[in-house]
Design a binder for this molecule. Structure first.
Ligand code: 5CA
Length: 440
């Protein structure tokens, strides 16, 4: 991508409305734009990061056996009247009427709709277990939308829904998502700690929030500090092994960890004082087991091996991609801007032409840009005629992991500089060596 032809509206000044660093940096880097309160457009740079986050989420959902579909944002009120949540959900639900005066709503979550899909076609235990997910916009008319896309009214959610014949089966489905979440957040460069959590309007008794420790987090959390170094389940994890996944769950729930709603002061005080971590955190995921809460009122049942009908046991599993992007920035930035983990960086490499219009600089940059693009890298080429200082500031701000800098002096001796955004380390090397480093 040539910067001169891209759309990346950088802000020079710090936007006044932004209270936390991730919101400030997302606005300054031209990643998002507020359209109305708590409702955002994702501009091209932000969209690239969001897509990469979603690709990792999808990959791990698929690995754990979940199956992707797509459900609409607008739902009919009838389904919610069946489950009894239409009135119970309160003012957070945006209620709309269509031209026939039929009550509709912009979905805040999808338990009812997915239960309806399930009951319309699954009739036998032989088709279980089943886990269906989608990555879709949601709307919650939050009373205090804030911090940009961290808490917005319209936001994206990966929501998965599992169906099992028995409680034991449902617990295995829960453990699959539990392990998939540990892997997902790890691949996003984050350390998320599962904590016992309140179930709120989704319901049920068993529930964990996945929390990233951050000073700007909205939740108050309490946990054992050893969680920070626990091992993440590997790529070869067998998601069909009931014992294997139970062992992962048991290990990750063996020490104290709870959000303020579920906090038990006495249990926390039993943790040796030096091991106690009381901090603030960002909730990036939340999983629930709620049994037959929806299947009973909505009549979602299957025939069991005993020939009788059984209401299915369900769970639901949410991740907030549009919250994860600012959460990653909260965890990874410095005074100059964002520092993306390579897995979600909008571009792998930025090529900076320090003197656009200078034949040798232009030729060198074109050569590097073409070679790296051909090798499958996402490359941003800063071919604009801005001052070098402005280009460096922009490259640091948008946080691309590697900068290849071509200035007239170095280029005259066949060299460029390679800078690591995270460490700031710079190395001068031949043009060929720079290309080979990233092509190999
Ligand atoms: N149906 C269940 C799970 S699928 C559910 O709705 N769970 S939730 O309410 O906990 O939301 C799941 C995730 O969505 C949260 O962990 C959070 O990451 C994200 N999320 C929730 N509300 C917002 C919001 N207002 N802005 C941004 N992300 C949000």
């Amino acid at each position: 991508m040539r910067l001169s032809r891209y759309f990346m509206p950088i802000l020079k000044e710090n936007p006044k409305e932004a209270e936390i660093v991730s919101h400030r940096l997302m606005l300054r880097a031209g990643m998002i734009r507020q359209q109305s309160q708590g409702i955002y457009s994702w501009l091209p740079l932000g969209k690239r990061v969001l897509d990469k986050v979603n690709a990792i989420i999808r990959d791990e959902q698929n690995r754990a056996g979940a199956i992707e579909l797509s459900m609409p944002t607008l739902q009919s009120a009838e389904l919610w009247q069946e489950s009894g949540r239409y009135d119970a959900y309160g003012k957070e639900m945006l209620r709309i009427k269509d031209r026939q005066d039929r009550p509709m709503l912009y979905g805040p979550t999808n338990e009812e709709m997915v239960t309806d899909i399930f009951r319309s076609s699954v009739k036998s235990y032989k088709d279980l277990p089943l886990n269906l997910y989608h990555i879709q916009l949601k709307f919650r008319d939050e009373i205090r939308p804030r911090f940009g896309t961290m808490r917005s009214r319209e936001f994206m959610m990966k929501d998965a829904y599992s169906f099992d014949l028995t409680r034991e089966g449902a617990e295995h489905s829960y453990n699959k998502m539990f392990a998939a979440y540990l892997r997902t957040f790890d691949r996003l460069g984050l350390r998320a700690i599962p904590m016992r959590a309140d179930t709120g309007p989704i319901g049920g008794k068993l529930s964990h929030e996945f929390i990233i420790l951050a000073d700007t987090g909205e939740s108050e959390v309490f946990c054992h500090k050893d969680f920070v170094d626990f091992d993440i389940p590997g790529a070869k994890t067998d998601f069909d092994s009931v014992e294997g996944l139970q062992a992962i769950f048991d290990k990750w729930t063996s020490l104290y960890a709870a959000t303020s709603e579920m906090h038990d002061e006495a249990a926390f005080n039993a943790v040796p004082e030096g091991d106690r971590l009381s901090a603030r955190g960002i909730e990036v995921g939340h999983i629930f087991y709620f049994g037959t809460k929806y299947s009973e009122p909505m009549g979602a049942k299957v025939q069991g091996p005993d020939g009788k009908e059984h209401f299915v046991h369900m769970g639901s599993y949410g991740i907030g991609p549009t919250r994860l992007v600012p959460a990653i920035i909260e965890a990874s930035h410095d005074d100059n801007g964002i520092i993306w983990p390579a897995s979600v960086a909008p571009f792998d490499i930025v090529v900076i032409n320090m003197k656009a219009g200078d034949q040798a600089c232009d030729d060198t940059c074109e050569l590097i840009y073409a070679a790296l693009t051909k090798a499958g890298k996402d490359v941003l080429y800063d071919d604009t005629d801005d001052r070098a200082g402005t280009k460096f500031a922009t490259a640091d701000l948008i946080g691309v992991p590697v900068q290849i800098i071509a200035g007239p002096r170095a280029v005259a001796s066949g060299e460029v500089e390679v800078k690591d955004r995270k460490t700031g380390a710079r190395e001068t090397m031949t043009i060929e060596a720079a290309i080979n480093r990233f092509v190999a």
